[in-house]
Design a protein around this ligand. Structure first.
Ligand SMILES: Nc1ncnc2c1ncn2[C@@H]1O[C@H](COP(=O)(O)OP(=O)(O)OP(=O)(O)O)[C@@H](O)[C@H]1O
Length: 588
């Protein structure tokens, strides 16, 4: 139960609802327990009538009618309060589920990129969905059934002991056996349903991947093979489901068997006691049979609840593990700090934790506010890593990065990221309208601003060609854009913030050189007083920069301007010559 203590704060938050829930449960159970006692009364009335003690047929009928009315009234009230019981306690569990999901999600958002690399997406999703649902079963149904069982049991036992103490003892003997049997069965059901769940996840991951990669599957003509794989997976999944159904099918027969045994005990022992004169009315036997039937389900739930609590404990443990994970990148500065475009790297080295790849080795450079820096180099040479470090997605191992002459970790992290416009290598667009995808960078942007940045990113004309223009839905629910269109929308999203620092990570690779030039020219005009860092593989995107650096294996191997670098017989000059000859040979 240690792990579940995390939920105490939520139970406290909703304590009023819970107290009301407990009171309602007690009232519901009291009314429910009216029935057996009135049934006994019916027996005495019938007895009296049979033995001629009743004065007449009409009085007998009136008495019977009154008792029946009481039974119906009590059942109605018990039903109403049972409804309210669920409305209070189960609702609380939904509130707590909502709070816990939000808590986990907010915590996820604070964690650094490294956390996401170390944990699989499926695992992250499971903790926020399945684990939280299991925990809800503890704060909802488990709590409700426990209160229900305790109140029903206590009230019923008081009535029963008052009526016939020995018969009560015999009656409750089979109940713990029922509870233990249900507990074992529930554990087995849980074990098997976990396996079933795993197969369902595998099946959905498989289908999702094959639908996403359908074009590759069709191009390679491997539909029969993927169908076979799907068949195999779904056959195993079916077998696991059947295994589960087998034990599930035992649940109710077991209950019926144990209820039957308890009924037989009541009839046998009660019958003997009636014959011996230890109990005065056959009505007591009828009353006890109803009690037994009423108590069986709550007692069975003791076993079920125990297994729910164990599962919730395991799930909460997994959730707590994540909640206790501290974000690696912390915002230690709460007051606002001034961000400008002055960036200095001084002997910066950086190694990725997970791969141990030493991506940057002693990098030093300076860019002044308003300048443009271009970074070129072979793939894997560390270009994107430099951009990630400027956005402080990772902290460096040694050296120093200063923005506006202040160490990067002495800046307010939110201010820093708010002043950066980042265009990633793989443009990621959400399944939303084009307008909202652009406004993502600035939620309160007006339509005019959206159009203006789309024009700067050279994508306005493409957008207006769609039937719904800026309201066109993208992604799974809508149209698919070309790589170049995606890149340009992603650029517009970064521009709309009018940030102090613009980072372009090889984001013009899918547009032709002519459009690239237009975009770069536009960026230059709006970026007066802003710093641009352009990572790329083309000389065309670098040649107008104030400074160009060439990276190789995490080190700067060339540094200068277009003109000075052409003087050196190095990577830049070769790239320039190669790309110039490609351009001239491609011209008609
Ligand atoms: N998130 C990461 N985790 C671990 N290693 C990484 C990560 N990102 C990059 N690396 C490694 O760090 C090195 C530098 O990668 P980086 O992405 O900075 O290169 P790049 O020059 O931008 O390459 P490209 O031109 O292909 O985009 C590579 O060896 C890469 O495998």
């Amino acid at each position: 139960m240690k792990e579940l203590q995390h939920l105490n704060k939520y139970l406290l938050k909703y304590k009023l609802h819970l107290i009301v829930g407990v009171i309602i449960t007690i009232i519901a159970r009291i009314f429910l327990l009216f029935t057996p006692r009135y049934v006994k009364k019916i027996f005495s009335v019938v007895d009296k009538y049979k033995n001629g003690l009743e004065s007449g047929n009409s009085t007998f009928q009136a008495e019977l009618f009154e008792i029946i009315l009481y039974i119906i009234g009590a059942a109605l009230i018990a039903g109403l309060f049972t409804f309210l019981m669920r409305q209070t306690i189960i609702n609380v569990s939904r509130y707590i589920e909502f709070d816990l999901k939000n808590e986990v999600y907010e915590h996820y958002q604070k964690l650094s990129l490294n956390f996401y690399k170390k944990n699989r997406t499926g695992d992250l999703m499971n903790r926020i969905s399945e684990d939280v649902s299991r925990v809800r079963m503890y704060v909802g149904p488990a709590l409700m059934y426990s209160i229900n069982t305790v109140t029903l049991f206590v009230i019923a036992l008081i009535y029963m002991f008052n009526e016939a103490p020995t018969l009560t003892l015999y009656t409750i003997i089979p109940l713990p056996i029922l509870s233990i049997a249900i507990y074992n069965l529930s554990r087995e059901i849980h074990k098997r349903s976990t396996v079933v769940q795993q197969y369902l996840s595998k099946l959905s991951a498989f289908t999702q991947e094959s639908f996403s990669g359908i074009s590759v599957i069709k191009a390679y003509g491997i539909e029969p093979k993927t169908s076979r794989n799907f068949d195999d997976l779904s056959a195993t999944s079916k077998q696991k489901q059947l295994d589960l159904v087998k034990v599930q099918a035992l649940f109710f027969p077991l209950m019926v068997l144990l209820i039957g045994i308890s009924n037989l005990v009541v009839i046998y022992i009660g019958g003997r006691q009636y014959v011996n004169g230890q109990i005065d009315s056959l009505g007591t036997i009828a009353e006890f049979i109803i009690y037994v039937n009423m108590l069986t389900w709550p007692v069975a739930t003791v076993g079920w609840v125990t297994s729910i609590v164990q599962q919730a404990e395991a799930s909460q443990k997994r959730i707590n593990e994540f909640l206790k994970t501290e974000p690696e990148i912390k915002n230690t500065v709460l007051e606002h700090t001034d961000i400008t475009g002055d960036i200095t790297f001084d002997n910066v080295s950086f190694t990725y934790d997970d791969t141990n790849i030493n991506a940057l080795k002693g990098i030093s450079f300076t860019i002044k506010d308003g300048e443009t820096l271009a970074i070129l180099g072979k793939t894997g040479s560390g270009k994107s890593t430099i951009l990630d470090l400027i956005g402080r997605l990772y902290d460096i191992d040694s050296g120093s990065i200063k923005i506006n002459n202040i160490e990067i970790n002495k800046h307010n992290l939110n201010d820093l990221r708010n002043h950066i416009g980042y265009v990633p290598q793989d443009a990621f667009l959400f399944s939303d309208t084009i307008k909202n995808n652009i406004k993502f960078g600035k939620e309160d942007a007006s339509d005019e601003e959206v159009i203006q940045v789309a024009k700067l990113a050279q994508v306005h004309k493409n957008i207006t060609k769609f039937n719904k223009g800026y309201d066109t839905i993208l992604g799974e629910r809508g149209i698919t854009l070309s790589g170049g269109q995606k890149q340009r929308i992603s650029i517009a999203r970064a521009l709309i913030k009018y940030p102090k620092i613009l980072l372009f990570d090889d984001c013009l690779s899918a547009v032709d050189t002519e459009t690239e030039e237009k975009i770069l020219k536009n960026i230059n005009t709006i970026s007066k007083g802003k710093t641009n860092i352009i990572v790329g593989h083309r000389v065309s995107s670098a040649k107008n920069a104030d400074k160009i650096i060439v990276l190789d294996d995490g080190k700067i191997v060339e540094e200068g301007t277009h003109e000075t670098l052409l003087q050196i017989d190095g990577y830049y000059k070769h790239l320039f010559l190669k790309q110039s000859s490609e351009t001239s040979s491609s011209k008609p």
